[in-house]
Design a protein around this ligand. Structure first.
Ligand code: FAE
Length: 545
């Protein structure tokens, strides 16, 4: 990463933090802090006062606020620091020619769109490597997650959506909604660097023709569309279009990482966290178990892995305060295993329950030949079809790009439906595996809701679905994966109303596992805002000497 100013002014601490990340990458270090830019990590770090597991949204907020409070904090992240150019001079590989950097220890990519014109044109054989995108498989559901310093922010579409206030209140009845919308949502948006596309540029650029076509089709069905903010720097994107900046969103980059333009967490929260001088980050360390000693110290066991995935060492870390930010499936898995294997037996029965997919379904519509979507498409979505207020069938559908560099007449969507189905995780003592009990019938509920909305759009426009995109010949709705895993340690059930885990003092959850399976929009702004709320409370009430 080059330490350069994006449109937003970086703080001095962010610049220091980014310099530390840059120096660590240059030296090939897996232990990163302000110290690591110049010297070795202090030996005492094995017993940090606070440990944070994971460096996605929940972990990054916890790390920054702990660091600012003067609390020495260690962040453990199982993925790599994405800051070193590969042989092609780029940090991330492209979506059109993925290599080993694309996926987490796979020999073939597993992209959400499996086929095009029923042909196996999308996925590629790759070498196994700690790549940036993982697809975690359970029996009837797989979950896409980001791996690396920044978690999901490295691979996501950047859509920074604040949920409908009434739905947030419905999902979090014990949270002070007024305070969330007055204080924590604005704080999260500001820290994440949220911005919006210039409407005039949007209306005129070829790069969003695909969105305007979908908007027109929604209009025809009497449906409302709405602009959606993003953390991609739209100033940079306009310069990409003008040919004065290196292309990233306009070069098809997204799910395997963006080389430019995106304000991922390593450039915002995490850079600031490292800049406090109190935060150290270890990469390629996977936490496998948590226990507590009689004096109340939490002890984590972490496996150090190398670029082949081999475990090259095991280490234990002790801490007084433990913050879990491993994401919905990462955190839930750790806590379910801890309860069931007896290392944290007093965890509540609600741990491992209340998990959902945010009602995710992906689908494509086939447009008329005269209704072209354009060969040039920005990878950053900026608009959604908002039918959430429809009590009969609430759906919010992101108008998604399909940037393959040629005209394909596909309108692609990621529908977020109000699917009430929830699943639980179980522990298999023999193998030590944690399994998710989601069924195909539960996905069918999301499909039914998405179909109702898109049948209406197809009827109004005399169009049909695309049958060629999701592998099997007749599959129209991709209902077997989610981008938005939510729940597992739901706020107010597995934890108190601030993410303090029931049964154990000084143990906290700060990530997407707090959200009860659905939030009605893309979730990272909500996750960030809830983590800000937790940290504001905990630092005042729990860390007094
Ligand atoms: P997350 O960001 O997943 O971070 C967890 C981190 O913990 C990861 O870096 C893991 O590697 C690490 N970790 C897990 N377990 C361990 C362990 N045992 N030891 C050490 N480290 C561990 O969690 N959301 C939006 O709001 N807008 C979008 O446009 C959007 N697009 C998406 C597109 C894609 C392709 C994907 C995959 C997701 C998208 N999302 C989007 C979802 C969003 O990225 C996700 O909700 C957040 O990243 C979840 O944040 P968490 O803090 O819960």
């Amino acid at each position: 990463m080059t330490v350069k100013l994006m449109q937003r002014q970086l703080t001095r601490r962010q610049i220091l933090g980014m310099a530390a990340l840059q120096a660590a990458a240059a030296a090939g270090l897996t232990r990163i802090g302000l110290q690591s830019a110049t010297a070795a990590e202090p030996a005492t770090v094995d017993n940090a006062p606070a440990v944070v597991v994971g460096s996605g949204y929940g972990g990054a907020v916890a790390a920054l606020r702990l660091g600012q409070a003067g609390i020495r904090t260690l962040v453990l992240e199982m993925g790599r620091l994405w800051d070193t150019p590969g042989p092609d001079g780029e940090v991330f590989c492209s979506t059109s020619a993925p290599d080993r950097r694309s996926m987490w220890f796979r020999t073939r990519t597993e992209a959400p769109l499996a086929t095009f014109l029923w042909l196996d044109l999308v996925n590629r054989d790759i070498g196994a490597y700690p790549g940036v995108l993982d697809r975690v498989h359970y029996d009837h559901m797989s979950v896409y997650v980001g791996r690396g310093v920044g978690g999901g922010s490295l691979v996501n579409g950047g859509m920074a959506v604040t949920p409908l206030r009434s739905y947030f209140a419905e999902q979090f009845p014990t949270v002070d909604t007024a305070e969330m919308y007055r204080t924590y949502f604005p704080r999260a948006r500001s820290m994440l660097g949220v911005n919006t596309v210039d409407p005039a540029w949007f209306e005129s650029t070829e790069w969003y023709r695909f969105t305007r076509v979908s908007r027109a089709h929604a209009d025809k069905a009497g449906l409302r569309t709405t602009f959606v903010p993003n953390v991609y720097d739209f100033g940079h994107m306009e310069r990409e279009a003008a040919g004065t900046a290196t292309r990233s969103a306009l070069a098809g980059e997204v799910i395997y990482g963006n080389n430019h333009g995106k304000r991922s967490l390593d450039k915002t929260y995490l850079a600031s966290a490292l800049g406090t001088g109190n935060v150290t980050l270890h990469t390629m360390e996977r936490v496998t178990s948590i226990r507590r000693t009689p004096d109340g110290t939490y002890v984590l066991t972490a496996q150090r892995i190398d670029d082949t995935g081999a475990v090259v060492g095991t280490k234990e870390y002790g801490c007084r305060y433990l913050f879990l930010g491993g994401g919905s499936i990462g955190t839930t898995e750790l806590l379910v295993r801890a309860r069931e294997s007896g290392t944290l037996p007093a965890l509540d029965a609600a741990v491992g329950t209340g998990w959902g997919t945010n009602g995710n379904v992906m689908l494509g519509r086939a447009n008329h030949l005269w209704d072209t979507v354009g060969a040039n498409q920005s990878t950053m979505p900026v608009m959604g079809i908002d039918d959430w207020a429809n009590a009969d069938n609430p759906v919010f559908a992101e108008i998604a790009p399909l940037p393959v560099g040629l005209e394909h007449w596909v309108s692609l969507y990621l529908a977020i439906t109000k699917n009430p189905e929830r699943a639980s995780f179980t522990y298999d003592a023999a193998s030590g595996a944690v399994r998710l009990g989601w069924s195909a019938a539960q996905s069918a509920v999301s499909v039914g809701m998405a179909k109702k909305l898109f049948d209406r759009i197809n009827r109004a426009n005399s169009t049909i679905y695309r049958y060629d995109l999701f592998g099997s010949p007749s599959k129209v709705f991709a209902d077997d994966f989610t981008y938005h895993p939510l729940g597992g340690c739901v706020l107010g059930r597995a934890t108190d109303d601030y993410g303090r885990v029931k049964g154990y003092a000084r143990l906290y959850v700060t990530d997407g596992s707090l959200v009860p399976g659905s939030i009605g929009v893309n979730p990272f702004v909500t996750i960030t805002a809830l983590a800000e709320r937790t940290m504001a409370r905990v630092l005042v009430e729990d860390t007094a000497p």
